[in-house]
Each structure stands twice: as C-alpha cells, then as structure tokens.
Design a binder for this molecule. Structure first.
Ligand code: ZN
Length: 86
C-alpha cells in the first residue's frame, strides 16, 4: 500500500476516535454538498479502519461508494450533483 498523496510506503493502520478514552466507536461518513434540511439517511457507516502516512500525514479510509452516490443523488444540491456528474 502506498500513500495517495506522496507515494510513501510508510503507512500505518488505525482507528478514529472522538474522545481519547473511547473504545472503537462506530464511524460514519456524511458527504458535503447536501441540500439544506437534509437530516435522514445522509450518513454511511464505515468500517473504522483508517490508514495514515508517516511521511506526509495523509489519512484515508474506504466507504461504500454506492451508498455515498445514492445519498448525493437523492439529497445532494444541484451544484454538487452537477460537479459529480450525478
Ligand atoms: Zn504521504
């Protein structure tokens, strides 16, 4: 595995926490660009598995792209949908 930002191979796997003493909370991704007052079905639960680059700090994870796409198609602003060709 290589860093998408700097191409380094010095990558470490870890989890995201909201509080330092909290154990493995569920993690969710909510895309930007949603219409105002979009409150339901706008989060995609993600496996709390992230990777960080030791050389540049780039941090990433993987989301269910079909669910993210569906949220933007249904709840996205016209601008967001146009930018993403949805
Ligand atoms: Zn990097």
């Amino acid at each position: 595995m290589k860093c998408n930002s700097c191409n380094s191979e010095r990558i470490v796997q870890g989890r995201i926490f909201n509080q330092t003493d909290y154990i493995s909370p569920a993690a969710y991704f909510r895309p930007n660009g949603l219409r105002a007052f979009s409150f339901f079905d706008i989060n995609v639960r993600i496996k709390n598995v992230f990777h960080a680059c030791l050389d540049c700090g780039y941090l990433w994870a993987k989301a269910d792209q079909a669910k993210v796409k569906k949220i933007i198609k249904i709840k996205g602003s016209e601008g967001a949908k146009a930018k993403l060709n949805l």
